[in-house]
Design a protein around this ligand. Sequence first.
Ligand code: NAD
Length: 471
Amino acid sequence: GLGAMEEKPAAATKHTTICLGSMASGLREVYESGRTKDMEWRQSQLRGLISLLTDNEEEIFDVLHEDLGKHRGEAFRDELGILVKSIKYTLQNLKKWMAPEKAEAPLVAFPATAMVVPEPLGVVLIFSCWNLPLGLALEPLSGALAAGNAIVLKPSELAPATAAFLAANIPKYLDSSAVKVVLGGPNVGEELMEHRWDKVLFTGSARVGRIIMTKAAKHLTPVALELGSKCPCIVDWLDGKRDRQIAVNRIIGAKWSTCAGQACIAIDHILVEEKFAPILIELLKSTLKRFMAEPGGMARILNEKHFQRLSAYLEDSNVASSVVHGGYMDRKTLRIEPTILLNPPVDSDIMTEEIFGPLLPIITVKKIEDSIAFLKSKPKPLAIYAFTTNESLKRRIVEETSSGSVTFNDAVVQYALESVPFGGVGHSGFGQYHGKYSFELFSNKKAVFKRSFLIEFMFRYPPWDDSKIGT
Ligand code: NAD
């Protein structure tokens, strides 16, 4: 049926277009019926999502392992666990978010009331990415449901087991006439963009983000783009042994244990003072040995293409000679050893492109404050991280740099917060979600102003004379 369409070869494009067209108009009909606006409907959908996740835990671990070699521990921490926590939070707060908000009304309008009333946008489209193929699909989906929309989800074709899981289970657990899953790759994505949507949330590369935005312009469809960037991590001189160890644990967690660095907010590279670099590298090496002792502790590279992209970084001999740890790559199993590089040339590809993999360049600076100028010379990233106890450095980072988020003394974990917005700025994208921000992203804040017939001031109307002007 329409719930799960395979990508059609070019010859079948016309057929696909017709299918997608009737699907889109079917969804609009459902939306117009008003069903999805009811709070009870929204709550039942959110509960359905929780059941989808908890009933199928084992299968979810299996598909994430099949697509990315993710360990179930990591899969629980980064996808399943976060999702259940986030959807429960949405359920708890939904009534409050849906409530009209009273606003100030001017005295000259007395008696009057002003309100902000959230309403769903209508029929929305969500494109997800393959690295958190469950989380990046269902996190925005839960927000769109909470806001009362009809929805099309297009999971990434590059995580096919998870995509098939979503296509098979979403119709079982959710209202299948209001929520559709469309499978397929770029062709299907482009065809979906031929139709009119009330919002598109896209997670993926800037290259495809540009295509989405261009196509959206035709229908004046608003878009939110969750793109990538190079997220820097400043590591200041840390005094105590304990602080150093905690910092290193967290750096490893945010680089190699998060889908092998294939995460939009993974640490891309480190900035550190020259004198602290050897201490940091030694501690990274010894801790990696403990954390990654078991085979299968780290996810694998998505596919041959991404493996090739990552291995190409090391084909540059100036980059290869900067490797101080790791560097082993096994094309057959798509595994890349956690790899540390010290001062690869700053104009090499690995320092100008988003890495999105288990390679970690460490760049040394004379004074840690110099890293601020380094950050300011780059495009605005999704996240900036800094391990430091220096309050004035923290203040300077927040005040002088720009990014979607800043996290001190940890990394990546900000993704799990419902209370702060998640999204990019500048080249890392726009449109923020998670928690209430997801609800708002998929809602229209409608201004509602109520007046009465009680009092009427004639000075607002012509004929004009000077007594009607002035204070
Ligand atoms: P991509 O941009 O190639 O694909 C993303 C989605 O777009 C998929 O669903 C795909 O089918 C679809 N698509 C591809 N070509 C299309 C086209 N021509 N028209 C319409 N749809 C099309 O994804 P990628 O490059 O493999 O993903 C990695 C990038 O995503 C990185 O830059 C990463 O940082 C970013 N990312 C961002 C976030 C975030 O939340 N900001 C999360 C994960 C990944």
